[in-house]
Design a protein around this ligand. Structure first.
Ligand code: G6P
Length: 346
């Protein structure tokens, strides 16, 4: 019944809209696995995280959150690349494999390689009966319901929540997430969809979009660029704010739009400076922030929250923007050309 789009025009919009609830559901079907996996991570020497597409971008978030809050160092490896660096996999380590479907061939192959090195496998997966789940020592369920739209939306949010829950276990009470705050923030942003739809009209003819962020907002920028590519077919690229002057600045002119991910945390003032440098070259700026600035041609407001709510908050307007730009361009947001929901062949 969940795989029914009901009153929504598309599955993608339905799945974006479900996110306020998914915050509370994620991982609830496998609470013990989260506890056991968290304790296992604490006692593991080497930890790798792998995934493909959006799930890999969640791995990049995990790396930063684990480092900053749990003081745990992990290596991230794109699943399809793991075969080329299998030498670095230390025997008897831990591989965390993130996959919505649990059927991506690249992820399964990465797991296979790690198992040959006697690694333990922790999977973060939506389908508990998937091939990946069967190969795992710890199975954490995303529990976000079927995701039909080819471009991952709610599953990404769910993966971040699972990461938070693992860090809660690892930090044993010294890491507190306000799930209600996250859910409320998403609801508030969703209410603003008409404004985002208007911005979608402005970007539909554009051929290049850049998304800039620092710290944990950099992987969000990468994921945002992926969403724009998949749904709008516009060339999009994520940029780490400080890298602007090492190349991307050469591309800034009045033909491009730049989305600036700029919540009011420790990355704020440097990122605002980046926005000014880009604006001076004539590019149009879409600012996603809880603070207004005259540098933004378009300001998408997100609520002022604690810092761990921001990565999820700022993801929502870009999902909406990508969806509405697809609608404006009259392309099918649920089934983008040339792409498949789960890539089960190499
Ligand atoms: C495909 C989908 C993406 C997804 C990726 C990984 O490329 O189109 O949306 O992120 O596979 O899928 P998984 O099921 O392993 O998370």
């Amino acid at each position: 019944a969940d795989a029914y789009k009901g009153d929504y025009a598309h599955f993608t919009l339905k799945e974006i809209s479900e996110q306020p609830d998914i915050i509370f559901k994620s991982g609830e079907n496998t609470k013990n696995a989260i506890k056991n996996a968290g304790n296992h991570i604490k006692n593991s020497n080497n930890i790798y995280i792998t995934g493909s597409g959006t799930s890999y971008n969640a791995a990049l978030i995990a790396k930063q959150i684990l480092a900053k809050y749990a003081k745990i160092k992990v290596d991230t490896i794109i699943s399809s690349e793991l075969q080329f660096s299998s030498q670095i996999i230390e025997p008897e380590s831990t591989l965390i494999a993130i996959s919505q479907s649990g059927e991506s061939a690249d992820v399964l192959e990465a797991v296979n390689i790690a198992k040959k090195e006697k690694c333990k496998i922790i999977s973060i997966v939506n389908s508990l009966t998937s091939s990946l789940a069967r190969e795992s020592d710890f199975i954490i369920g995303m529990n976000c319901g079927p995701e039909i739209g080819v471009a991952a939306t709610k599953s990404f949010t769910s993966q971040i929540i699972i990461i938070y829950k693992l860090v809660e276990v690892i930090c044993n009470g010294n890491f507190v997430i306000d799930y209600k705050e996250i859910s409320n923030a998403i609801s508030k942003i969703l209410e603003n969809h008409a404004q985002v739809r208007n911005i979608a009209k402005e970007i539909k003819e554009i051929s290049d979009i850049y998304v800039l962020g620092r710290g944990v907002h950099y992987p969000i920028a990468i994921e945002s660029a992926l969403k724009l590519k998949e749904l709008t077919y516009i060339h999009a690229e994520g940029i780490a704010g400080g890298e602007l002057k090492h190349g991307p600045l050469a591309l800034m002119d009045s033909n491009v739009f730049v989305i600036i991910i700029n919540p009011k945390d420790s990355t704020y003032s440097d990122t605002l400076t980046s926005a000014r440098e880009i604006k001076a070259r004539g590019a149009k700026i879409i600012g996603i922030s809880d603070e207004k600035s005259d540098v933004y041609d378009y300001w998408i407001e997100i609520p002022k929250t604690s810092e761990l709510t921001y990565p999820i908050s700022e993801t929502i307007p870009i999902q909406l923007l990508s969806y509405y730009a697809a609608i404006e361009k009259d392309t099918d947001p649920d089934y983008p050309r040339n792409l498949a929901k789960s890539v089960t062949v190499k």
